[in-house]
Ligand binder design. Sequence first.
Ligand SMILES: Cc1ncc(C[n+]2csc(CCOP(=O)(O)OP(=O)(O)O)c2C)c(N)n1
Ligand code: SF4
Ligand SMILES: [Mg+2]
Length: 276
Amino acid sequence: MRIEELREEEFVCGSFACAGCGAILAVRLALKVLGPETVVVTTPSCLLGVTTFYPQLAFKVPCVNVPFPATAAAVSGLVAGLRRKGRENVRVLGIAGDGGTVDIGLQALSGALERGDRFIFLCYDNEAYMNTGGQRSGSTPLGASTATTPVGRGAKGEDRPKKDMLRIVAAHNIPYAASASIGYPADYIRKLEKAVKAGGPAYIQVLTPCPPGWGYRSDLTVHLARLAVQAGQWALAEYEEGAWRVKEVSNPRPVREYWALQKRFAHLLQESGGEG
Ligand SMILES: Cc1ncc(C[n+]2csc(CCOP(=O)(O)OP(=O)(O)O)c2C)c(N)n1
Ligand code: SF4
Ligand SMILES: [Mg+2]
């Protein structure tokens, strides 16, 4: 499906997301691919906060909200319930932030992947716990300054590398797992389509920049989502039927170009004297 062929119908609209929120764009595109016969399961996060502002609900498809660690467990239950009712045509889409996926949601996700049910799990990765003030998560990149990995005397931001969640998921030998970026929407849409067609669990981790959390101008979201790939800070990878494919970057950019646009990396530029 090309971008021009996407449904015009919106399945998430009227949210309270910040201007330039990458997460809401990722979810909007995902639902345009999956369509109206979808149930969303989601969990405490920015997404939940900005879409379920009582009495308003921004989702136009059924949306089940569950406790923070439980997205994938609830997904499994829904898949079983729909199967029992003979409604296997309904797609179940679990959505969680990076904290809700790579940290607190990991155990439930591992169990669900192991059971082999047909569902799609979308991790929108803004690389920190944004809804609660930008604390580091297992998905925060090395060196990033966050509320809990500050920069100051004796502190230089996050001191551990980003958790390699895609490999962890792939180690469950599921039919399909991929990383994507909202800066490459055609690639993202193609991966969503593959996830829909997968004969078992499918996982997509999509990079979704966050203007207040990363400290950049809200009109730069898509630019940064592209630059992350071009500067080697985010791979567009696919694991399909046991084989890996990684998209080659045709126009690599120096990492300092990526750092320079975000407050969370400002100290790295000062340290390197601008050398990236
Ligand atoms: C068990 C539990 N612990 C902590 C919280 C508080 N909490 C709500 S949203 C959130 C941050 C979620 O981070 P992430 O999953 O990365 O999504 P984001 O907010 O970045 O979109 C936290 C810590 C909670 N609701 N439940
Ligand atoms: S804080 Fe970031 S992730 Fe949360 S709504 Fe705003 S832009 Fe989106
Ligand atoms: Mg997050």
